[in-house]
Design a protein around this ligand. Sequence first.
Ligand code: THU
Length: 134
Amino acid sequence: MSAELIAAATSARELAFAPFSKFRVGAALRATDGTVVTGCNVESASYGLTMCAERVAVFKGVSEGYTRFTAVVVVTDVAELTPPCGACRQLLWEFAPDATVTLANTHGRSETFTVRELLPRGFDASQLDPVTPP
Ligand code: THU
């Protein structure tokens, strides 16, 4: 668990665009070459289009050529640490299957899990092989 990554996610959280929920989230990912990619949640007036901080970070990273991540940090300011939602867990499974996931808050609390703990038996491209007929 890296203090650098927690600091990066904490800074990213400052840019959260969350006028509807007021729930500000920051995320930071470490790519396999050590590069840090950050994201914050971005909400839409059409609420369902809102994007979580974790997926913003994954999409930013992939769009810049980073497709594998080894560590993920999610920062909020609430006492109960914030775990990634189901949709984010899916994306982490695909781009960060071996990563640690550190949940942290701005009051210094943190706890670390793995993507595999958070999403056992995830779905990915390996299951897209042509279906063998019965
Ligand atoms: N949110 C995240 O960005 N990441 C999470 O792990 C949980 C939820 C955001 C989405 C929405 O903008 C707000 O938090 C409330 O759900």
